[in-house]
Design a protein around this ligand. Structure first.
Ligand code: ADP
Ligand code: MN
Ligand code: MN
Ligand code: MN
Length: 353
């Protein structure tokens, strides 16, 4: 038997955005365990804003399992939080979202590295040189001395954890970075974003660095970019059938539900979605080919391939919950009929109108 270090990871009850929490359970197995073999565990919900002190137990239901590259015989166990009767806790956004393995998501998580209350590389008072050379920049004056080591180590941690990390880059502001996660299905893709966030936070501890995911950490009054979490998505139908008519119907639905989308695209988004700094204003919906000032950006390849491929929703922000973001996108997509049946239904509706 081998004693495995199982790191049970869950989202707490803080609002408007949850924090990651985790604790270690040592369990002996004859071989590396599968998800189904992991026991349900519990924690004190009164310390995480998930229960009253008088009845404080919440349950941890393992839902996804990853190797833990930083620990010998370690595993990272993503969990859903359940009430004592086994039903989903109200904070458990994962339990209620629609899921479909044919819907693929690519999340571009932007964030700032912070030390002593300022972005890494900022002077204690005031500002460094204005934005311009930092995006995808190289050299000490652009990225400083330890950020590269952090982001490179994070790549290896994610890959060793079998997370589909697709890339990283230095971003527009000094101290700002991005990583991209690709996954099939809303739950799987979002699980991987949360675990990638967890690995980054844990890695940064030893550098005395914090990860700041606020969408506008330097405030609205300064000419510094905020952080987003652009969400790229495609369904089987969008990849294989597509077409201009279906695409227009999809965009009409996204326009109709724009406020429901913004509601789950992360707090304080009004500070970031101003119409400046490569964003559209928060109360407007538009789309455009290669338009980085649009709500939804259409890659050139999408139009060239007959309106087939993936789309980029640029509104979600860096603090957003990827479960709710992916779930809302899929929910809106599901309102739009596909195929011959869809076209026929639209004709009927047009005649009726
Ligand atoms: P940019 O910075 O130009 O907006 P990135 O390269 O940072 O683009 O991110 C593009 C994202 O699109 C990646 O996360 C990638 O996984 C995702 N992506 C690519 N193809 C698809 C697809 N068919 N469906 C969903 N996401 C996709
Ligand atoms: Mn990007
Ligand atoms: Mn970016
Ligand atoms: Mn993008």
């Amino acid at each position: 038997m081998t004693k495995y270090k199982l790191e049970y990871i869950w989202l707490d009850g803080y609002e408007p955005v949850p924090n990651l929490r985790s604790k270690t359970k040592i369990v002996a197995f004859a071989a590396e365990p599968a998800l189904e073999e992991l026991p349900v565990w519990n924690f004190d919900g009164s310390s995480t804003r998930q229960a009253e002190g008088s009845s404080s137990d919440c349950l941890l239901q393992p839902v996804a399992l990853f190797p833990d590259p930083a620990r010998r015989n370690g595993m990272l166990v993503m969990c859903e939080v359940l009430l004592p009767d086994g039903s989903p806790h109200p904070s458990n956004t994962r339990a209620t979202i629609p899921d479909d393995p044919g819907t693929w998501f690519g999340f571009e998580q932007e964030y700032f590295l912070y030390r002593d209350g300022v972005p890494l590389g900022f002077p204690r008072e005031g500002f460094p040189a204005p934005q311009g050379e930092y995006y995808t920049g190289v050299g000490y004056k652009n990225v400083g001395d330890i950020a590269r080591e952090i982001v490179d180590t994070h790549i290896d941690l994610c890959l060793d954890a079998e997370i589909n990390l697709e890339g990283i880059n230095a971003e527009v502001a000094k101290g700002q970075w991005e990583f991209q996660i690709f996954g099939k299905g809303s739950k799987r893709a979002a699980d991987e974003v949360w675990i990638a966030r967890y690995l980054l936070l844990r890695l940064c501890e030893r550098y005395r660095v914090d990860v700041n995911c606020h969408p506008k950490p330097l405030g609205m009054e300064h000419d510094w970019n905020g952080s987003g979490m652009h969400t790229n998505f495609s369904t089987e139908h969008l990849r294989n059938v597509g077409g201009e008519e279906y695409f227009e119907a999809l965009m009409t639905a996204f326009d109709e539900y724009k406020h429901d989308h913004i509601a789950v695209y992360g707090p304080d988004n009004h500070m970031r979605l101003t119409g400046l700094h490569e964003t559209q204003a928060i109360d407007r919906f538009n789309y455009g080919v290669a338009n980085r000032g649009a709500s939804i950006r259409i890659p050139h390849s999408f139009v060239q391939n007959g309106h087939k491929g993936y789309l980029e929703d640029r509104r979600p922000n860096s603090l957003g919950d990827p479960y709710q973001i992916a779930g809302r996108i899929l929910q809106t997509i599901e309102t739009v009929p596909t195929g011959a049946a869809g076209a026929a239904q639209r004709v009927v509706e047009e005649v009726a109108a």
